[in-house]
Design a protein around this ligand. Sequence first.
Ligand SMILES: Nc1ncnc2c1ncn2[C@@H]1O[C@H](COP(=O)(O)OP(=O)(O)OP(=O)(O)O)[C@@H](O)[C@H]1O
Ligand SMILES: CC(C)(COP(=O)(O)O)[C@@H](O)C(=O)O
Ligand code: BAL
Length: 273
Amino acid sequence: MQIGLLFIDALEYSIVSEYDTVSADVQHEEEIPEDHPRYQDLITRHRIENGVEKGITHLQGMHAEGRGSAFDYLLGEETIPSADAAERVAAAHLLLAEQPVLSINGNVAALVPGEMVALADAVDADLEVNLFNRTPERIEAIAEHLREHGAEDVKGLTADARIPNLDHQRAKVDADGIYAADVVVVPLEDGDRAEALQEMEKTEIVIDLNPLSRSPQVAEVPIVDNIIRAVPNMTVHAEELATASEDELRAIIEEFDRERALEAAEERIRNGV
Ligand SMILES: Nc1ncnc2c1ncn2[C@@H]1O[C@H](COP(=O)(O)OP(=O)(O)OP(=O)(O)O)[C@@H](O)[C@H]1O
Ligand SMILES: CC(C)(COP(=O)(O)O)[C@@H](O)C(=O)O
Ligand code: BAL
């Protein structure tokens, strides 16, 4: 009996110690040497791990991150020219929009909270938390995390409207947010909501490293790039285009060929060119 208890104590101690070690690692992202060849990928993994620890990111977010990371490796871990062009087109859409909304899930909140706030400021968009694995605790934790990064108003907590033809938690949206939006940025998620939003005739900007995923396949503007690079670059483009006329913005949108952008990303991944 005594030995059994000692064993349990030891086991508990080892679990706690291991957890502490993990926490210590996660809290010291700056300890990763900047000249490490996989620096950005290591930082990204740490942010997701940290997000899980804080109750912001779902554990399944790690799987999504792993998938993204594999595609990014094949893309050369850089913003390819077609993605840069798509990010400029996305900025033009957001500047022309009457009611643009940036959708935030647990991975997005962990990876680019301040960058999403900066993009929202640059194009006068709302931020809305929208989750596949929706719980009140995660919604609130993500909203608070965004507020800590400078967001004044975070939507998604009211959830008083539903996206038609979508049979899961991501259908829950705010009536004055995603439901009413004309342009929605949809990063890192499965294609079913992208399809449902398209049926609502919204302009969709999807950020996803896998050009074969359903969401970029249905998006008006598919951005095949790591969100860590894509969002700050969209903000740079938005700031550069802030004084452009409506005609100039429309011309940028008109020139964009979504099929070619998807093909260019696939070509880079398959053949490295
Ligand atoms: N940092 C990142 N930046 C951009 N995209 C990412 C990042 N991390 C993960 N992703 C992408 O996010 C997506 C995660 O969503 P999920 O796994 O649900 O998509 P999926 O099953 O491929 O969806 P579907 O094919 O239905 O669109 C993956 O396509 C993955 O490549
Ligand atoms: C894990 C996630 C990428 C996001 O999940 P959440 O933060 O709950 O919207 C999900 O869409 C998935 O692919 O499984
Ligand atoms: N990939 C399954 C969760 C989602 O719809 O995003």
